[in-house]
Design a protein around this ligand. Structure first.
Ligand SMILES: [Zn+2]
Length: 76
């Protein structure tokens, strides 16, 4: 069942320099599974409507894209 697959994560960043608000920064990623694009979360830095993806969001999206169902719980 477990085969070796290569997952490549290329982190992307975008910077926006605004004369009024200063500079802002956004991150995203392109993910490839065995050389085939699985996911593209393009960042867009902008002072009013930025698009940024946290590392956690990217990993969750990868699991979803790979059709895993993730159930999380906390040890008490
Ligand atoms: Zn601005």
């Amino acid at each position: 069942m477990l085969t070796h697959n290569q997952l490549d994560i290329r982190w992307l960043s975008d910077v926006c320099r605004c004369e009024t608000c200063g500079s802002s920064w956004a991150q995203g990623a392109v993910v490839e599974l065995d050389g085939v694009e699985l996911l593209r979360l393009s960042p867009s830095a902008h002072c009013t409507d930025p698009t940024s993806y946290t590392e956690e969001f990217v990993y969750h999206s990868i699991l979803k894209a790979m059709d895993f169902t993730v159930k999380e719980s906390f040890d008490e």
